[in-house]
Design a protein around this ligand. Structure first.
Ligand SMILES: *[C@@H]1O[C@H](CO)[C@@H](O)[C@H](O)[C@H]1NC(C)=O
Ligand SMILES: *[C@@H]1O[C@H](CO)[C@@H](O)[C@H](O)[C@H]1NC(C)=O
Ligand SMILES: *[C@@H]1O[C@H](CO)[C@@H](O)[C@H](O)[C@H]1NC(C)=O
Ligand SMILES: *[C@@H]1O[C@H](CO)[C@@H](O)[C@H](O)[C@H]1NC(C)=O
Ligand SMILES: *[C@@H]1O[C@H](CO)[C@@H](O)[C@H](O)[C@H]1NC(C)=O
Ligand SMILES: *[C@@H]1O[C@H](CO)[C@@H](O)[C@H](O)[C@H]1NC(C)=O
Ligand SMILES: *[C@@H]1O[C@H](CO)[C@@H](O)[C@H](O)[C@H]1NC(C)=O
Ligand SMILES: *[C@@H]1O[C@H](CO)[C@@H](O)[C@H](O)[C@H]1NC(C)=O
Ligand SMILES: *[C@@H]1O[C@H](CO)[C@@H](O)[C@H](O)[C@H]1NC(C)=O
Ligand SMILES: *[C@@H]1O[C@H](CO)[C@@H](O)[C@H](O)[C@H]1NC(C)=O
Ligand SMILES: *[C@@H]1O[C@H](CO)[C@@H](O)[C@H](O)[C@H]1NC(C)=O
Ligand SMILES: [Ca+2]
Ligand SMILES: [Zn+2]
Length: 614
């Protein structure tokens, strides 16, 4: 049952401010104008095992995956393993991934995550744990009522509580565990969507999960196809392996608008939820729009010289149909492409219906909802809210006012690809909770994966050249980042150590994206390149861009909750071991080491060493 409370009571005093030290374990969130809540994310121990750790026969002989994993955990973390509960698991092309939650009195811990990945032959591939022995655990019986503190929390976080209460434990930095009410708080017009943890004994706001990835861009150069070159009529772009019923069929209903199983695009007009879909009179629908033969035509040419109407209420909506259709097309392509590379129903993806007997254990009813031309929300940005598996993703594409007329983010394919990738990385790290890219460092990794996904979709036959993200919306050739992504350290000087003092995840993301750009450049120089349209539908190919995307996607479920840079690097190396027997290991090491993320890199101190056999 969904409960909606409004903030009826007057403003209540603000939340205490705590400031943390390390970007690996904390994140500053600007919750309202002057309050900062410092959110603690425990670090994980993380181990990878290359070809796989062969357990003693008594442990690994079992063909039962969960038995093998829990025997391993018993031997690894001993007595603590008994309070671990298997939360979810799935199998990918490279192995089996199991995610556990620590519990106390039957109540789960929100931020104590344990994970084990097995190879296909049931050896141990990787292990991570942020589980703890607590010095003190709060009573599992709440001493206050949630209703008594809701008005204050809604006021502080600037939204309405939209979920029923539930209880979870929260590990604190000093080794204690607090009992917390966990609720979601939304104000979609303000791009606010938090999961709040409220102490069930003191009423204090303890922590928040921020489901929104904003893209607050600095200016950068552009090298993507412009709007004119992009608007071509594309027939039947859907991939019927990834989307067996096409893009307009959820299995229970068929649409002739921009609503479908993976993506829904619309314009949200104040003051309520109003969908206005591509006007039906302009849609040609086959009398039998069945799976495999959708005869839908969405033909809305853009007039790029038309400016958006910013009056309230707006009287006209120039290019709205074109915007909805482009966003629908690009995000469905992203669904299909990432599905092919592992972001399937089993891996907690975004779909209304989990089709074809896949995803039996994971949740459905969670397409990505996209509001285009959302001028009420602001300008010069885009947002993607990635809640847990089973709740729809929500994306805003805004106008950008750096040019005249203003440009529409819904025509910037790089921004759309970036936003969708936020959903992919949030869901695939840590088993679908969307709680595992929350520290500044791991949130920054998320920004990096998103930028590099945009680059990946735009690769051309010319090979991996310097890449500028966001040039179209910035209206200049510098784009939205500090430097182009480049293998040349004069053009992009970012090193691992640079992240230590960064507080904006987008800055951290630039450092990671540039490292990944270098890995991509190496793989394409080694194995060549294949057109994106082929790479996206045939992941069995061996070209460099295909290999690269496998390594990126395979690594996500292998890594710990709130990964650090060294851990994310190790997960990529582990992915190479599992999928390609480690043939790229040394070159991957060399590439990361060139940017300071060598063998002994830790605590933001550069290291240029590679393993002795490399
Ligand atoms: C595997 O082992 C677990 C835990 O011991 C058990 O609950 C489950 O039923 C087993 N599954 C199969 C398929 O045997
Ligand atoms: C918890 O304590 C047990 C027993 O003292 C120990 O074996 C285990 O390693 C500890 N676990 C952690 C995560 O510290
Ligand atoms: C642990 O930290 C919390 C929050 O900072 C504090 O309220 C609590 O008193 C501390 N407990 C101990 C035993 O230090
Ligand atoms: C490019 O545009 C961005 C966004 O407006 C701006 O921040 C940046 O300074 C511009 N770069 C140049 C070189 O003009
Ligand atoms: C737009 O793209 C087309 C095709 O790629 C190209 O010919 C044209 O010069 C571009 N226009 C601008 C303004 O960049
Ligand atoms: C899209 O089409 C479906 C099927 O006709 C319909 O149920 C749904 O309401 C439409 N969506 C919108 C937002 O109009
Ligand atoms: C349909 O498209 C035509 C030409 O593109 C346009 O003149 C007409 O106004 C559109 N109809 C509706 C209902 O939007
Ligand atoms: C399907 O679309 C094609 C191309 O737009 C058109 O030529 C054809 O008449 C349509 N078929 C039906 C049955 O509507
Ligand atoms: C595009 O919009 C401009 C400005 O309103 C107008 O002058 C021009 O005729 C339009 N072009 C087309 C092809 O409709
Ligand atoms: C889902 O269930 C179907 C039917 O019971 C079964 O054939 C299929 O193997 C299951 N898939 C997964 C991924 O468990
Ligand atoms: C790196 O970039 C600098 C500055 O553009 C240039 O002078 C230099 O030749 C480049 N080095 C390589 C190896 O391309
Ligand atoms: Ca799902
Ligand atoms: Zn982003």
């Amino acid at each position: 049952m969904l409960v909606r409370w409004s903030a009826l009571l007057p403003l209540v005093s603000s939340i205490p401010v705590i400031c943390g030290q390390s970007i690996a374990t904390t994140r500053y969130l600007e919750i309202c104008s002057e309050d900062f809540l410092d959110v603690y994310h425990p670090t994980s121990v993380y181990e990878t095992f290359g070809d796989g750790l062969d357990l003693s026969p008594s442990i690994s002989s079992s063909s039962n995956i969960s038995q093998t994993a829990s025997r391993f955990l018993q031997s690894k973390i001993g007595v603590g393993a008994t309070s671990l509960k298997l939360r979810t698991s799935f199998s990918s092309e490279v192995g089996h991934h199991l995610y556990y939650t620590q519990t106390h009195d039957g109540i789960p811990f929100a931020n104590a995550v344990v994970h084990v990945s097995l190879t296909k032959t049931h050896k141990i591939a990787s292990f991570s744990s942020s589980s703890n022995n607590f010095t003190q655990i709060a009573s599992s019986k709440p001493s206050i009522k949630l209703n008594d503190v809701i008005p204050a929390i809604e006021e502080t976080l600037g939204g309405d509580v939209v979920t029923d209460e539930r209880l979870e434990y929260l590990a604190r930095e000093n080794g204690t565990a607090a009992l917390a009410y966990v609720v979601e708080i939304q104000n979609l017009a303000g791009a606010i969507w938090y999961e709040a943890f409220i102490d069930a004994h003191s009423g204090e706001l303890l922590s928040v999960t921020d489901f929104i990835s904003t893209s607050t861009y600095r200016a950068l150069p552009i090298n993507q196809p412009n709007l004119t070159s992009r608007q071509i009529l594309i027939s039947n772009p859907e991939d019927l392996v990834a989307s067996p019923l096409g893009w307009h069929n959820t299995g229970s209903f068929i649409t002739s608008n921009t609503t479908g199983n993976n993506v829904e695009t619309f314009k949200w007009l104040d003051p309520g939820y109003v969908y206005t879909t591509a006007s039906k009179s302009n849609i040609t629908t086959s009398p039998h729009p069945v799976a495999g033969n959708p005869n839908l035509t969405f033909d809305y040419p853009v007039n790029a010289s038309l400016a958006p109407d910013f009056t309230t209420p707006a009287k006209s909506f120039p290019n709205l149909d074109a915007a909805r259709v482009n966003a629908f097309y690009v995000l469905n392509v992203m669904h299909d492409l990432t599905w092919r590379y592992g972001f399937t129903e089993d891996a907690f993806n975004f779909q209304t219906t989990n089709l074809g007997g896949r995803g039996n254990l994971t949740k459905s009813n969670d397409p990505v909802r996209v509001s285009v031309q959302a001028e009420d929300v602001g300008v010069d940005n885009a947002f993607f809210a990635s809640p847990a598996d089973g709740t729809p993703g929500f994306c805003y594409m805004l106008f950008w006012d750096h040019t005249s007329p203003e440009r529409d983010g819904a025509f910037a394919n790089d921004i759309l690809a970036h936003e969708y990738m936020h959903g992919v990385t949030n869901r695939m790290t840590g088993g679908g909770t969307s709680r595992c890219l929350q520290s500044t460092e791991s949130n920054g990794l998320g920004e990096g994966w998103s930028d590099i996904m945009a680059e990946w979709t735009e690769l051309t036959a010319a090979g991996v050249k310097d890449y500028v993200f966001g040039a179209y919306v910035a209206g200049n050739t510098t784009g939205l980042r500090s430097y182009p992504y480049s293998t040349n350290a004069t053009i992009n000087p970012w090193m691992y150590s640079d992240i230590e003092t960064m507080v904006d995840p987008h800055d951290v993301g630039e450092v990671w994206a540039n490292m990944l750009h270098n890995v991509l450049a190496f793989l394409v120089s080694e194995y060549g390149w294949i057109d994106t349209n082929k790479a996206m539908k045939d992941p069995t190919r061996r070209e460099g861009n295909v290999v690269f995307l496998h390594l990126i996607m395979d690594a996500l479920p292998l890594q710990p909750c709130n990964p650090t840079f060294p851990q994310a690097r190790d997960a990529i190396l582990q992915a190479d071991s599992l999928r390609y027997n480690g043939v790229n290991r040394c070159r991957i090491w060399v590439t990361f080491a060139n940017r300071g993320l060598g063998l002994n890199a830790r605590d933001y101190i550069n290291d240029f060493e590679v393993p002795s056999d490399c």
